[in-house]
Every structure is written in C-alpha cells, then in structure tokens.
Design a protein. Structure first.
Lengths: 329, 465
C-alpha cells in the first residue's frame, strides 16, 4: 500500500483543524523552548526533540478514546503534550525539578502519567514494544475495549524484541497499534544503510499483522489511518501496524550535529511537507481562520510555553531526601 | 549371559522413581525399542524402552514399587539360547550399574529440558526455628518445595483475579519442573498462559501488564534463560517506580530454577543471587525450605515491588514441614535461625543451606556448636541477625553456590568488618562455587561446587580447632 496522498481539500471540520494546529504548534514551540533551555544549561543529559513529527501524535490522539493507553521511546515530549499532560510538569521534569512529573528523578526520557494513561518514556531502544503489548494484554485480560498505541522508531524496528512482540500480539490478538515513526534516521544511520527492506509496515506480514504506510506529515491522513487501526483492534481482530513516514528536523539528540544529511535535505522537507504549515494553509484556504486569528493562537501558545519554562526554572530542585524515596512500594 | 535391565535415570537430577507398570511379562519376547515399562518420577510418567532384543527372563522389581534407585537391576533379559535358570543372584552387581546406565534409554518427551528432580528425601527439620509468626500448636504438613510453590500461587490466584502465571510450559505441560501442576485445570487458560520461547518478549510483556495493573508471575524455566530478558527485569521492572517519581508500580514476580542442577554444564548452571541482589528497586528471595518458599512467594505476589524469586531444581522434590495455615506469609528481610550455636556463625541461603546444616550436624559431633542463619531474602538482607549472631560467636563462615568475586559472602564480610569488627576473632571465610564456568564431567562438577566438607574445614579454620 502506498503512502496515503495528501488531500488537497479537507473534509475536516474547522474546529478539528484548529485543534490540530494548536496542538502541533504547542509541541513545536515547547520543543524549541526545550532546545533553548538546553543551550542555557538548564536541561542536561540526553534531550530528543520531536520537531517535524508533530502530526503523528496529534493525528493518532485524535483517533483515540478516553482510557486508551500510549507508550513510546525517549523522544517522548510530543506524546506527553498530545495526551494532555501539563506542559509545566513536563518542562519541569526536563529541568530536573520538584514540579516535574517524576519529581525530577526521571528526566526527559522517563516520564509517566497514570492519569493520562501515558506509560513512558523509555530509554532502551525497542523496550517499550513488549511493555506496550503488556498494557494491551492487561486490557484484554480485563475484557474492556481499550487500545494501546505503542510507538517506536525505524531504528527500534530492527530490535529482536519487536518481532517477539509481533508474534505474541498476533497470537493472543492483543488490542494494540504498533506505530512505527519512520523519521528515516536511527541516530546517524539512515534506513537505507540499516534496513534490508524499506517498507517497515510490511514487517508484520510473517505474523499475519496488517500494516499500512501513512504520510506522517499529514495530520488528517494520520487520523484516518489511526481510526481504521483502532477499529480493527476494538473489533477484537488483534494488532495493526501503521508506518508513519515522517522526518525530524533536529538532530537525534541535542548533542547530534547531524552531519549525516545535508541542510538542503532538511530544508526541502520543511518547505514542502511541514505538518503545521499544511494545516495552516488548509485553515487559511478554507477561510476557517484569518492570519490575525492564527497569530492570536501563536501568541497564546507562546504564552503557555513561556509559563511552562518559567515554572521549570522556578520550581526548586528536589529535596535531598528524594534520593531515597520511590524505590520500594 | 543374561542382560540386566537397570532402573533408568530419566532426567539429570533423578535419583529414584516408581516402577509404575510392566508392559511385558516373564517369557515375552521383546525387540529393541519396545516399550517394556512405565516409570514414574515425582513429576511425570515416562515410557521405558528395551535397548536389546531377547526374552524377558525374570522381573526383579514388581510394578507399583516406589523409591527404586537409579541403576537398580529391575529385570533380566535372556539372549538367544538362554533360559531363566541361567539367571543367578543379581543383588550384588550394583557397582557395574553406572557403566550400563547408557543402555537404558527412555522417551523423554517433547523437551530436552530436565524433567525430573530427585524425590522425597526428608530434610532435617530446623532444631530451633525462630518463627514467631507461626502460632503455638499449629499443625505441620509434609510438603515438597514444588508443591509449596504451587500452593502459594494457587492461594494468591484464588484471592485476587489480577494474579496470573505465564511462562514456557506452565499450562498444558503442567510445568517443565511440574511446579505449576494443576493450575491450568483450576484457573483456565486466561490465567495460566503458555508462552512462546521468547524470554525477552514475554518478560517485557509481563512487566507492561504489571504497569497496566495486573499481578503477573513469570516462570523462567531456569534463570539461565532470564539473561535474554534481564534488560526488562532491571531497566524496566526495577527502575520504573523511581523514574516515575513513585507514580507507577510494577508488581511482577519473576520466579524459576536458579543455580546448578546436575550435569547440565556451563550454560545451565549458574547462581544469580549476587547479580540480582545488587539492584535497587528489586526484592530478591532465595528460599531453602518449602515453608519459607510458600510464605515468601505469597508475600512476593501481594507486594507492589518487583521480585526475583530464585528457586532450586535440586530442592523441588525435597520434603519439608509447612505450617498448615490458611494464609501463611513471611516478610522479606528477615533471616531464619535454623540452629543456635556458640562457636561459629554459618550464613547461607538457598541450596547452600543444605551444606551448612549438614556441616553443623557433623561439627556438633566434634563438639563445635554452629549457629546456622538462613538469609532467606537477599534484598532486603537481614544483616542485623548476622551481626547479632557474630557478636555471640565471634566467627563467621558464609556458604553459597555462586562465584567468589563480588559474592553475597563478600558483602556480608564487608558489613561485619564495618559493624562488628571488634567482635571478630578470625577473618570471615566466604565459601563459594569455584571461579570457573561449570564443567560437565561429573568429577569436575563436584569440584566446582561448594561442599559440606569445605564448610566443615572452614569452620575448623576460623575456630582454630
């Protein structure tokens, strides 16, 4: 199946388009701010930005229902914001402060919210895949009709445990969507250099798991594919694979100079496929919003992100006793 | 010359079994490959094939006989031209049995994993059990370690629907070591789940199910295979509570056989006690007795902390006294004093306790009074009981099967040095397995493992007597 074509015209409602615009913009501005704070030394360690890939989580969250679960890798800020977690709590975790989701003890790669059914934030490439199957298993065990979105990248798609999970998920008909965010680079290694067959959505064929490729830069295409996958899961038909063809604009992490690709390559994607610009155009062309109205949204988002950054700077470091807490129940 | 048919060993650890049924009678002609008998171990009934052709001359062990030692002659096979009268007295020929063992081949079923452990030798009862949690007058029930583990799981599964068991061969096969025997019948395939052979995957899956609010028990056929899955045990299960600032619990129990069995060599004989005991966020239990195994496993299943529960194949078939209580639990982090003594403290856990207790018994005959402490759990570790004991005896020997570098004994030595230095009258001796991969050859394997005699010798060294 080829990547779904970008729709020239949109059947999506004005409200939905505006919501996608707002949510994607929040992720982008948040990530830009995180990059700034990293540069200022306020965020340390590894910090993997989601800029460029925003349509994937925003589109899939639009296909999700209350109670559905999500789990991802270390490139997780976007997933947290899209699931409705508080930007202040996320940013304060990035700065390692008491007000962070993990009280400053998890950092960028390890955050959770039981309230929003966000199960991390995992630092070991591919490890979240069987864990996601376990979450889906727990829902099937309880006989509810929840679905788990398990996100991983093109790099993780080469980990053995992914295929162990495909087998069990298909065998036990686990209600889960495997979302492969193919941003084309596993750190510095392009999929061309690491992957024997380019179409990752076919990787479930041997296990009887249906898959499809989706234009991951097009939020409407993502949502449509997500709805199809979720319906498959809720029908009790087992797992589904969605390969999101996407792109990250920044390096793998903050410390990656990204010398493995050209500036031109990045610029071309920005100019022609940017997920936020796409929705912006749809809003303007469809006369759903004026330039001024969109500027107003931009301003509002900037305010949310600045407030998150302020909170993340002002929140105190965790008290020294915290070293010894939360190890045992 | 009539051929002796010997009681076969049907697994690496089998020492005796029941001759359940003869499929042939005296005078019958048999061909090589005929199933001539059914032999029952404590876990399975296996078919026993003839290796040679001939006529059944004499059946020496009647069907239904229990406790037939491996290599005991059970029948005589006549070759062409021989008659039953040619059979002499066979009772004195046991020595030759070992060399003939290979003649007796058995159908071992679909897996080549060890499927039987030596049954029912009665283990010594603790002389002085410090177990205040057992009420006065409680009846005791003879139970194998295997049954005690099964009972613990069954009781907790009855009490809580979120508890389930998954692993290789746990359901339809009734457990590779028969620990899960009967659980599928009682709880059904929703809660007793056979997995593909996919340790990395199902360990991650169980960990995720725990994050999703269930209470999985993962059985590793042996902990050797858990090395394929150790990332999830350590990086996911142990660390998630901390990394989430206390938001997420991961109430999963990883259990299975740990340490050397018998003659299964390097890749199947390893004690992981010290490995897991190092990891903050995990609880680690390594029980010796069936009572402790039951009480600790119930506590493990109920708790919200991930637990590594290290069992031992050689102990599965051993019988111990277990308190006959509706709900017998034992807290983690509390050692058990098996015998009190004044001259030396012997600290051990798991199968090491077997050597510690045997040594203490023999030392008593020589007038040396040893106090034997069973740590029972390695994380948390009850070093306080060890320190108190050493303050009395002033000497200490630790016994474990694992390797010597960074061993549990090394840790205890360090604790004693820091907290009981002035009470020590001799350097602490750490007895461990030898610093080598486990060899296959019987004599070398014996040499690699810690022995009762080594414990006795170490006690003599530290007591200068």
């Amino acid at each position: 199946m080829a990547a779904a074509k970008k729709q020239a015209k949109s059947n999506t409602s004005k409200e939905d388009l505006l919501a996608y615009y707002r949510e994607m913009l929040l992720i982008r501005r948040f990530e830009e701010k995180a990059g700034q704070l990293y540069g200022m030394g306020l965020i340390g360690g590894f910090c993997h930005l989601y800029i460029g890939q925003e349509a994937v989580v925003v589109g899939l969250e639009a296909a999700a229902e209350e109670g559905d679960k999500r789990i991802t890798s270390y490139r997780d800020h976007g997933h947290m914001l899209a699931s409705g977690m508080d930007p202040k709590g996320v940013m304060a975790e990035l700065t390692g402060r008491e007000g962070g989701y993990s009280k400053g003890k998890g950092g960028s790669m390890h955050m959770f919210s039981t309230e929003k059914h966000f199960y991390g934030g995992h630092g070991i490439v591919g490890a979240q895949v069987p864990i996601g199957a376990g979450l889906a298993f727990s829902d099937k065990y309880r006989e509810n009709d929840r679905v788990t979105f398990t996100y991983f990248g093109d790099g993780a798609a080469n980990q053995g445990q992914v295929y162990e999970t495909f087998n069990m998920a298909a065998l036990w008909k686990l209600p889960m969507v495997f979302v492969i965010e193919n941003n084309q680079y596993a750190m510095g290694t392009s999929s061309k250099r690491s992957t024997s067959t380019p179409d990752l959505y076919t990787r479930g064929e041997a296990f009887g798991i249906p898959g499809e490729a989706v234009d991951g830069m097009d939020v409407q295409a993502v949502k449509a594919a997500g709805e199809k996958a979720v319906a498959h899961c809720r029908d009790g038909k087992g797992p589904y694979i969605l390969e999101m063809k996407t792109y990250r604009y920044r390096g793998h992490s903050m410390s990656d100079p990204a010398k493995y690709r050209t500036r031109e390559e990045v610029q071309k994607v920005r100019d022609t496929r940017d997920p936020i610009e796409n929705v912006r155009e749809l809003l303007l062309q469809g006369k759903h919003a004026s330039e001024d109205e969109l500027k107003e949204i931009d301003k509002e988002i900037k305010g949310v992100v600045n407030a998150a950054a302020d909170f993340a700077r002002e929140s105190p470091e965790p008290s020294l006793d915290e070293l010894w807490t939360d190890i045992y129940a | 010359m009539a051929i002796e048919i010997l009681m076969p060993a049907l697994s690496p650890t089998m020492e005796e079994g029941t001759l359940a049924k003869w499929n042939v009678k005296e005078g019958d002609t048999v061909a090589a490959g005929d199933v001539i008998a059914e032999i029952e171990t404590d876990k399975a009934t296996m078919e026993f094939e003839a290796v040679d052709e001939g006529t059944m001359g004499k059946i020496l062990v009647e069907e239904g006989t229990e406790g037939v030692k491996v290599n005991t002659p059970i029948a005589m096979l006549l070759e062409e031209g021989e008659s039953a009268d040619d059979i002499g007295d066979t009772s004195a020929k046991d020595d030759k049995g070992k060399a003939d063992k290979a003649e007796a081949e058995a159908e071992t079923g679909p897996v080549d994993e060890p499927v039987a452990a030596n049954p029912g030798a009665e283990m010594p009862a603790p002389k002085k059990v410090s177990d205040p949690e057992i009420p006065e007058g409680t009846a005791m029930k003879s139970t194998t370690l295997r049954e005690a583990l099964r009972d613990a799981m069954a009781e907790e599964m009855r009490a809580d629907d979120t508890v389930f068991l998954m692993g290789e061969e746990v359901a339809e096969y009734q457990g590779a070591y028969k620990v899960s025997q009967g659980l599928l019948d009682e709880f059904g395939p929703r809660r007793v789940i056979d997995t593909p052979i996919t340790e990395h995957g199902f360990t991650g899956l169980a960990t995720g199910a725990a994050m999703g609010g269930l209470r999985p028990i993962v059985e590793f056929m042996t902990f050797n295979f858990a090395m394929q899955a150790i990332d999830h045990i350590i990086n996911t299960a142990a660390k998630t509570r901390y990394m989430s600032g206390g938001q997420m619990s991961v109430p999963v129990v990883f259990r299975g056989a740990n340490g050397a069995a018998a003659r299964v060599a390097a890749q199947h004989s390893q004690d992981y006690a010290a490995w897991y005991a190092q990891i903050p966020g995990l609880h680690v239990a390594m029980p010796y007795s069936a009572a402790d195994a039951k009480g600790l496993l119930k506590t493990a299943i109920r708790g919200d902390t991930p637990v590594v529960f290290l069992e031992n194949e050689l102990l599965y078939g051993q019988t111990f006294e277990v308190p006959d209580l509706d709900d017998y639990t034992i807290p983690f982090g509390k050692a058990r004093i098996w015998r009190e003594g004044d001259d030396v403290t012997i600290v051990s856990f798991g199968i090491g306790m077997k050597y510690a207790l045997e040594a203490a018994e023999k030392l008593a005959e020589d007038g040396i009074s040893a106090e034997v402490v069973d740590l029972r759990t390695l994380r948390p570790m009850d070093t306080e009981t060890v320190i108190e004991s050493v303050k009395k005896t002033n000497r200490c020997v630790t016994v474990e099967e694992g390797w010597p570098v960074c061993s549990i004994g090394n840790h205890i030595s360090s604790v004693l040095m820091q907290q009981a230095f002035d009470y020590l009258d001799a350097p602490v001796i750490n007895l461990t397995g030898k610093d080598v991969p486990m060899p296959y050859a019987a004599n070398l394997e014996k040499l690699a493992l810690v022995t009762t005699q080594e414990v006795i010798d170490a006690v003599h060294t530290v007591t200068y007597r």
